[in-house]
Design a protein around this ligand. Structure first.
Ligand SMILES: [Cu+2]
Length: 150
């Protein structure tokens, strides 16, 4: 009886060892196989990141030179993004008598009806600033916009 039990135990141990060995090999193989796929998985977030960067890049277009139409009572476009320390050239076409003002950068230009005014300035600080028309009531009527300096 003891002998049979011992043989059974031995068989079990051998099977377990062999099973363990094969399992180990299988694991090692799958680990080897999964390594490139892990790298692939790592590449995927990288590529989606760069993908989201390109979508994030869309609003990240810098408008160092921009055509703005100034009319009663709005600017179009009314949001533009520029880089700090780099010259901005705004070509403002006026429909009606208006001004183009950015307080923080000491910009205050009159724009004549039907004419294009070229306004240059270099933003020296980062932030979100307003530009507007300083004619009475115009800003309040909606003639203003946002300058984002990054
Ligand atoms: Cu105005």
């Amino acid at each position: 009886m003891h002998k049979i039990l011992a043989v059974c135990m031995l068989v079990l141990v051998v099977v377990a060892a062999a099973g363990g060995f094969f399992l180990f090999q299988a694991l090692e193989q799958s680990a080897k196989q999964s390594r490139p796929s892990v790298a692939g998985q790592m590449l995927i977030p990288v590529s989606t990141q760069s993908g989201s960067q390109t979508t994030a890049d869309k609003p990240k277009v810098y408008h160092q030179a921009i055509d703005i139409e100034s009319r009663s009572f709005s600017f179009a476009p009314n949001v533009f993004r520029v880089k700090m320390g780099e010259s901005v050239t705004a070509t403002v076409t006026a429909r009606g008598e208006h001004t183009f003002v950015v307080d923080e950068f000491h910009v205050d230009e009159k724009t004549q009806d039907g004419e294009k005014a070229t306004i240059r300035f270099t933003p020296d600080k980062k932030g979100v600033f307003s530009f507007y028309c300083s004619r009475p009531g115009h800003r309040q009527a909606g003639q203003q916009g946002v300058l984002i300096v990054e």
